[in-house]
Write a protein that binds this ligand. Structure first.
Ligand SMILES: Cc1cc2nc3c(=O)[nH]c(=O)nc-3n(C[C@H](O)[C@H](O)[C@H](O)COP(=O)(O)OP(=O)(O)OC[C@H]3O[C@@H](n4cnc5c(N)ncnc54)[C@H](O)[C@@H]3O)c2cc1C
Length: 425
């Protein structure tokens, strides 16, 4: 089988790439394959579905801010119900962190990122369940510092990632794209640029390129192969010696549904939605998302340091991470969690860029890799898909949704020019 473009992976990054590849090349045949049975069933389905534009590097800001605009276009103009909620992203910071982050915060403000600041008294009023003064036990024994200030990113919020993946697939299919599920790419095919048709090819002295993939349903040859296989990309890329700067790392999410959490979930005054914004307490490596439709609170653990790398096909959540670990500190900040147990939990894997934590879109002969999004693949998916399409078209510049531009090569590996993210909580 031959296709002009083969995309391996139907997560948000593969589908977004496929959509923009087809949009720029309506006459070329673009096929997306995935080992799962439908769109967005890999780590896209495991994500918390948060979008945010809180970055100090221009590239991260452009990737995220333009993707957020695209989400609202998909919902408001193209009619997909993505359950978008601009509920905000709130960092609850202790005094030292707040002081340290003042410079990055002012850098973000200068870019035009809308941020609101809340003092302790505001927070006490708006989140009555939050404890902001600690006794000796918390500070001396546990080493916890109370919250001093809150910083809210106003343009941030949440998206239904299943609806997002389906909408990208639908737009791609509308343009005449093809998707095929339950097909696993087992290896990338390497062929010489100029085939001689003799046994033993490719020889080391020949120029080679990726010419498609061997799959569970036979060979698929392609002019361009886009590897958008998320954390599994290393299985395809390692054998051909392509380093995507990526390592998989597990992340766990717990879901709570309890009447005692209602007041926290329905915190008023942060946005028109009158729910708790997506709330991150870096002091205890915890973040929370209110889900008014389910009446629940999701809680994720940002345990980056100390958590090992390693690809897992079916990562399992560790219940004791909540009960024997997070819980003890969480109840000091939010006593409403006392004796409340999760009703659900799951684990996924994030594709961590081990070098600079900024996504990679990198070409190699016959191939483009997109990924290493380091836990922000949802929030940057549209701009990354547009970058793939621009690279395939041989364009240097990428026109993002809304007309802003970035340089495609900046997200590459050898040509990398992304700067350093300094807003680190
Ligand atoms: C717990 C958790 C919470 C997160 N929260 C957020 C968040 O709030 N906001 C945010 O922006 N990001 C978040 N992320 C990150 C986000 O989920 C990812 O960045 C994003 O989903 C990456 O999309 P993707 O398309 O690269 O990967 P995936 O969605 O994993 O897609 C890759 C696809 O490739 C397929 N595939 C792999 N190998 C093969 C093969 N050999 N053959 C065929 N198909 C193959 C897989 O089946 C899969 O469907 C979170 C991640 C986790 C784990």
């Amino acid at each position: 089988m031959y296709r002009d473009i083969l995309v391996i992976g139907a997560g948000v990054l593969g589908l977004s790439s496929a959509l923009h590849l087809k949009r720029l090349n309506p006459d070329r045949k673009v096929l997306v394959i995935d080992k799962f049975g439908g769109p967005g069933q890999g780590n896209t389905a495991k994500s918390a579905g948060i979008f945010l534009n809180l970055f100090t590097t221009e590239i991260n800001y452009l990737l995220s801010d333009s993707t957020i605009d695209w989400f609202f276009h998909l919902q408001n103009e193209l009619g997909y119900n993505l359950s978008l909620r601009r509920c905000g992203y709130l960092y609850l910071l202790n005094e030292a962190r707040y002081r340290r982050l003042k410079a990055p915060i002012s850098k973000m403000r200068k870019k035009g990122i809308e941020l609101r600041t809340f003092g302790k008294e505001d927070l006490k009023r708006m989140i009555p369940d939050l404890v902001t003064d600690f006794g000796e036990e918390e500070t001396e024994l546990m080493g916890l510092e109370p919250v001093e200030a809150g910083i809210l990113g106003v343009k941030c919020g949440s998206v239904d990632t299943d609806a997002l993946a389906r909408s990208l697939e639908a737009e791609f299919l509308k343009l005449g794209g093809e998707v095929s599920y339950r097909i696993t790419a087992t290896r990338l095919i390497i062929r010489p640029e100029r085939e001689l048709g003799v046994p033993g090819e490719p020889f080391v002295w020949q120029d080679i390129r990726v010419a498609g993939a061997e799959t569970s349903k036979g060979e698929i040859l392609a002019g361009t192969t886009v590897v958008a296989a998320g954390v599994w990309s290393e299985r395809l890329l390692d054998p051909i010696g392509f380093d995507a700067l990526m390592r998989p790392k597990k992340r766990v999410i717990f879901v709570f549904k309890h009447s005692r959490l209602r007041r926290l979930r329905d915190a008023r005054g942060f946005s028109e939605h009158n729910i708790l914004p997506f709330t991150h307490i870096p002091e205890i490596s915890v973040y929370m998302k209110a889900d008014p439709a389910e009446g629940s609170i999701w809680l994720g653990c940002a345990d980056d340091f100390g958590r090992g790398y390693g690809l897992e096909d079916d990562p399992q959540p560790e219940g004791e991470l909540y009960s024997n670990n997070i819980y003890h500190a969480l109840v000091r900040f939010l006593p409403c969690f006392e004796n409340v147990r999760p009703v659900n939990m799951w684990a996924g894997q994030r594709a961590i860029n081990r070098y600079d934590r900024i996504p990679v879109v990198a070409p190699a002969p016959g191939m483009i890799y997109v990924g290493s999004a380091t836990g922000y693949g949802i929030t940057k998916c549209d701009a990354l898909g547009r970058t793939v399409a621009a690279l395939d078209a041989g364009e240097k510049g990428v026109e993002l949704f809304g007309g802003r531009r970035l340089k495609a090569a900046d997200l590459g590996i050898e040509t990398r020019n992304v700067g350093k993210e300094v807003f680190k909580v």
